[in-house]
Design a protein around this ligand. Structure first.
Ligand code: PBG
Length: 332
């Protein structure tokens, strides 16, 4: 036998020498859930190890993350039901929970990249990412989320996030034309220097369930299939990416991650702007649950998953494992 690939697998050092992908803390973005209050933290039952934090604790958490080399956080607000309405009015108030948190974080830790989420669901009594048309016919199989009216609200939200100091505005709503609309609104408001990261390929996925628990944002009526993508499609993903690039998106995101590595690879191959993967809440919960039952080794499984995103072509990874993974990397 001439060819024996095992020759290069004989020792840890040899394996390390020929390793093709490398995971660095700076590849990772940590999603964080913000709640009202002071010195307040609440566990999320379906995401063991992940808590909701009040702004002051978010700050502490970010100090630890920076120390480990994680340079970005994606913030998501937990809004009490009493502050929700069908127009998501609380989403664009200068003194809102989200805006004040971003402001205090950027004041104390300007080097931490803040990625803000632009979508109506955390603030909406309907739990949808856009505006629900309330005359929706009860017998129709889906609720109607109106597109163009939603854009106006999203643009206001994006501007208030930019005013608060967000570095990257990330529309996660999947309305048509939102990148172009929000880009124009930001430019007009004096924020032409603020980047847009489009959730360009966001599938209507069952893997978001723990996130909706964390935020209390599950849709009250219907599902999100008229705006989020059909998990069976990939050509449509390329179309979404082309549209977002032409509308001025600076970065793209594929979500969820694990069941969509083929999509990530295809988007990477078809675009020259940075592409990230969102390793979502349900993917986090799966590894936690299996390891809690003693069915797999948590650390090894997480490292394997995170490397798989890099191998598939991700430039960066949003993951609830980010903090732990950075800790392991620092111990290596
Ligand atoms: C909605 C949004 C969702 C997530 C982030 N933003 C899910 C949804 O469509 O309800 C999910 C993230 C995760 O599961 O970790 N704007």
């Amino acid at each position: 036998m001439i060819h024996r690939p095992r020759r290069l697998r004989r020792s840890h050092s040899l394996r390390r020498l020929v390793q093709e992908t490398e995971l660095r803390p700076s590849d990772l973005v940590m999603p964080l859930f913000v709640i009202e209050g002071k010195n307040h933290c609440e566990p999320i039952p379906s995401m063991p190890g992940i808590d909701r934090f009040s702004s002051d604790l978010i700050l502490k958490k970010c100090e630890e993350l920076l120390e480990l080399g994680i340079l970005g956080v994606a913030l998501f607000p937990v809004i009490p039901d009493s502050k929700k309405d069908s127009y998501a009015s609380a989403s664009h108030q200068n003194e809102g929970l989200y805006q004040t948190t971003i402001r205090s974080l950027k004041e104390s830790l300007p080097e931490m990249i803040v990625i803000s989420d632009t979508a109506m669901d955390p603030y909406s009594t309907d739990g949808h990412d856009g505006l629900l048309l309330h005359q929706t016919h009860p017998k129709k199989d889906s609720v109607e989320i109106v597109n163009d009216e939603s854009l106006e609200i999203l643009a206001k939200m994006a501007i208030s996030q930019a005013q608060a100091g967000a570095d990257i505005i990330a529309p996660s709503d999947m309305m048509d034309g939102r990148i172009g609309f929000i880009r124009a609104a930001l430019d007009q408001a004096g924020f032409s220097h603020i980047a847009l990261m489009s959730y360009t390929v966001k599938y209507a996925s069952s893997f978001y369930a723990p996130f909706r628990d964390a935020l209390g944002s599950a849709p009250r009526l219907g599902d999100k299939k008229t705006y989020q993508m059909n998990p069976c499609n990939i050509r449509e993903a390329i179309r979404e990416a082309q549209l977002d690039i032409s509308e001025g998106s600076d970065m793209l995101l594929v979500k969820p991650g694990l069941a969509y590595l083929d999509v990530l690879r295809e988007i990477r191959a078809n675009s020259s702007i940075p592409v990230g993967a969102y390793n979502v809440s349900g993917e986090y919960a799966m590894l936690r649950a299996a390891s809690q039952s003693g069915w797999l080794d948590y650390q090894n499984a997480v490292c394997e998953v995170l490397h798989s995103f890099k191998r598939a072509g991700a430039d960066f990874i949003l993951s609830y494992h980010a903090h732990e993974a950075a800790r392991w990397l620092s111990e290596e």
